[in-house]
Write a protein of this length. Structure first.
Lengths: 309, 356
């Protein structure tokens, strides 16, 4: 192969090819260095976090020998466990509800023409776009006013807590689920539904037997995304939670204010492992069901930027 | 035993999408057991008409009856019709057997009965042994058969087919044309199919409805439509034809635009602008002066001869247009050469007069 190539190339251009190869290897080297730098930038903090979660010293960032003591503390700490329990319940409940509502919203926008459709479409994207803090303040105001009103009208004693956290998580998760599901729906042949209805299926049965299996990868991806977002959320939860209930991220946030110990590291490592596990599962489900290209990568990116904002 | 009630009765059906009128007040009766074609160029409203019969679109106004029963506002799942969709719309997540049994499942037909009918339908379209395959593991022709079986297994009163052969290549399409016709005879169900391919419509159907811009131009047998087109559009759309412009001079004579008088019967009023439609294969070519006595003829010069296998296509330049003449190819004859002075003739009565 190379012999043929040499014979075909005149002498002058062989020199230029060599020149090019040298420059090419330089570029390659620079690119590789850049890649390593980016990896370092991304993963060094995580590595430090993991390493120091095993440090025996009370001060974060000073190595005092290997210990599993902080994990032991973590296991023995009931308030952390309560927070985890709340986190999981909120995540599961808000995911289930937002998957149902988000899928229906996606279906409505994609399949039906109705008055206010475009406005609805734009509003649905709002929670993805607006800053977390804005969303959080809106939630705080809403729950305060709403609960005050109910307490006044019915003499009830409603306070912010588990329910308000769940509702606020549903509020932002619906958007993410519907974005992912919509991408999948848009790629589906509408005639499949018509064929189902032509074959004596009601609209519901056509959705259940034909549409849903077709968009299942999108729905599953949306669900995992919602679960991750809910487990990770600090800002909105902080504003929507009350003395009754806190989620794990909010609890950790509180720990920092009281003084940092490597306990936080161990808690963070557990959260990290759980989140990464979910994201990997999400990608795996998407890919294995052949839904790779549509929506999810963009949606995952959107989720990230949301957390950063 | 065919029913005297029409299988499909359409009266004054109009369909508007916003400002666009897709179907403009058509009346149509399709008989029990007929193989009926809705033919027209794309955008003529033929597919919309079919979708209204299926229940996938609802008419803006008018009446739609299936075997005498008004169905115009019923959803598709409440109508005794099934559809073979363009590009088939098979369910990709189900295998052949599940695709075919879908309609029966939705109608809650019992398991044993369902299995029996699915096996029967799969056999009918010669797909035995393919039951476990997914649609993406089948060829275009096989997918087409699955789509047919999926519709026929429900024993619809009317089967609707939307460009059923459009996705197949020419050879397969011609095979399937004959097969579909045989299948229709076997099951005895009314078939209504939509096509833009006039040859397909002529080959397969008992009757054809030609549509254009949402209106019905002519309904008739393939022979009616081909030999006696109702107007210029139909004459031009169905097969090839030469349209010689002129005006009606009397009930048996047309004056062509070059002043020549042609014997042609028409029912149009004196002075109406018309065209004389002369089919290429009904025209004959003679050397100038050799034309048979009593046959109408037009003189011209032979400009081009194209050999198309079984025939020769001649292009004859007459002073104001060029006329296409198609003659069977016989190797023993010496055909007229390009540049020869010739006459284009036809048997008396071999032309049709069409107005706009």
């Amino acid at each position: 192969m190379t012999a043929v190539g040499d014979r075909l190339l005149p002498g002058a251009s062989v020199a230029r090819v060599g020149d090019f190869a040298r420059r090419f290897s330089l570029t390659r080297g620079a690119l590789a260095a850049n890649a390593w730098f980016v990896y370092l930038f991304f993963y060094a903090p995580i590595a430090l976090l993991v390493v120091f979660s095993f440090s025996a010293d009370r001060n974060v960032g000073r190595w005092g020998g290997f210990t599993l003591g902080w994990y032991d503390d973590f296991i023995g700490n009931t308030s952390i466990q309560n927070a985890i329990w709340v986190s999981l319940r909120v995540a599961l409940l808000s995911t289930v509800i937002s998957v149902v509502l988000g899928t229906l919203a996606a279906f409505a926008i994609e399949r039906f023409r109705f008055r206010g459709r475009q406005a609805f479409d734009a509003l649905l994207y709002l929670p993805i776009i607006i800053p977390d803090v804005t969303m959080a303040v809106m939630m705080l105001l809403f729950f305060s006013e709403f609960f005050d009103l109910l307490n006044l009208l019915f003499g009830a004693d409603l306070r912010k807590g588990f329910a308000s956290i769940t509702v606020s998580h549903i509020a932002f998760n619906i958007s993410f689920v519907s974005v992912v599901v919509r991408a999948r729906l848009a790629g589906m042949d509408r005639r499949l539904e018509e064929a189902a209805m032509d074959l004596y299926a009601s609209r519901w049965k056509a959705f259940r037997h034909v549409t849903l299996p077709q968009i299942a990868p999108g729905v599953a991806g949306g669900a995992l995304l919602a679960l991750t977002l809910s487990l990770d959320d600090v800002v909105v939860t902080q504003f929507a939670s009350g003395p009754g209930a806190t989620t794990l991220p909010v609890y950790v946030f509180g720990l920092i204010r009281r003084g940092v110990t490597p306990l936080i590291n161990s808690v963070s490592v557990v959260m990290l492992v759980a989140s990464v596990g979910l994201v990997l599962l999400s990608l795996f489900v998407q890919r294995s069901r052949g839904g790779g290209a549509v929506g999810p990568p963009g949606a995952v990116a959107a989720g990230r930027s949301r957390r950063r904002s | 035993m065919t029913s005297p009630v029409p299988a499909v009765g359409i009266a004054g059906i109009t369909k508007r999408f916003g400002d666009v009128t897709a179907v403009d007040g058509i009346d149509l009766e399709i008989g029990d057991g007929e193989f009926f074609a809705l033919l027209g160029p794309s955008g003529c409203g033929k597919t919309t008409t079919l979708r209204m019969i299926a229940g996938l679109d609802f008419p803006t106004m008018g009446s739609l009856k299936i075997f005498g029963e008004e169905v115009g506002t019923l959803p598709p799942n409440k109508r005794p019709v099934n559809t073979v969709f363009q590009a088939y719309a098979l369910f990709p997540h189900m295998n052949v057997a599940d695709n075919v049994s879908f309609g029966l499942k939705m109608q809650k037909v019992e398991r044993a009965e369902r299995d029996r009918r699915v096996a029967e339908a799969v056999g009918l379209v010669q797909l035995g042994g393919m039951e476990g395959r997914r649609p993406n593991q089948l060829s275009g022709g096989q997918q087409q058969r699955v789509a047919l079986a999926r519709a026929l297994v429900n024993r619809p009163k009317v089967l609707l087919l939307d460009e059923p052969l459009g996705a197949l290549d020419l050879k397969l399409r011609q095979e399937m044309q004959l097969e579909l016709k045989a299948l229709q005879r076997e099951v005895g169900i009314t078939f209504v199919f939509v096509t833009h391919d006039q040859e397909e419509a002529l080959t397969m159907s008992d009757r054809i409805a030609v549509m254009h811009e949402g209106r019905l131009l002519q309904v008739g047998t393939p022979e009616d439509i081909y030999q006696r087109p109702a107007n210029r559009f139909v004459a031009d759309f169905i097969g090839r034809t030469n349209l010689l412009e002129g005006t009606v001079a009397s009930e048996s004579e047309v004056v062509l635009s070059n002043g020549m008088r042609v014997q042609a019967a028409s029912e149009h009023d004196f002075g109406t602008k018309v065209a004389v439609s002369l089919r290429p294969e009904q025209a004959f070519l003679y050397r100038r002066g050799d034309s048979p006595a009593g046959w109408p003829s037009i003189d011209g010069v032979l400009r081009e001869v194209t050999y198309v296998g079984n025939a020769l296509v001649h292009s004859v330049a007459v002073d104001w247009i060029s006329i296409e003449v198609r003659t069977p190819y016989r190797s023993t004859e010496v055909p007229p050469q390009v540049g020869d002075e010739v006459s284009v003739c036809w048997e008396p009565g071999g032309v049709t007069v069409v107005a706009d």
